[in-house]
Design a protein around this ligand. Structure first.
Ligand SMILES: [Fe+2]
Length: 125
């Protein structure tokens, strides 16, 4: 018996980042950060939802929050409101020491389409 999993039963991710569906484009958080940073340097990290394809921002359908993690360590969260706030998290981040494999990981939740993840790899020298 096959049963399609609900968007609310999992963390959703784009299946093929080179060939995304409209649903994936609207919901996948896009993280902007330099590809390489220095330990102790403060860089601005921006997470945008709807950058690839605009997501609705209305009372019945909007982005509720965005979280940012360094690997699995929590960095920041922003709670959002329909209509009046845009789904963008922008924050200065300082990684205090070198890390060989750092993945910045953003999660966002749409009230109708669940939690979505976007990642980017960063070299911290
Ligand atoms: Fe949505």
């Amino acid at each position: 018996m096959s049963e399609e999993r609900s968007l609310f039963c999992q963390v959703n991710k784009a299946k093929d980042s080179n060939n995304m569906t409209d649903l994936e484009k609207k919901h996948t958080p896009v993280i902007s950060v330099p590809a390489e940073i220095r330990a102790g340097e403060t860089v601005e990290v921006t997470v945008e939802v709807g950058k690839l394809l605009a997501h609705p921002n209305e009372p019945g359908h909007f982005i509720e929050w965005i979280d940012l993690y360094a690997n699995w360590v929590f960095l920041a969260r922003i709670d959002l409101s329909a209509v009046t706030t845009q789904p963008t998290l922008k924050i200065p981040v300082t990684i205090p020491h070198g890390i060989e494999n750092l993945t910045l990981r953003a999660f966002e939740r749409c009230n109708l389409h669940g939690v979505w993840e976007g990642t980017v790899d960063v070299k911290v020298a």
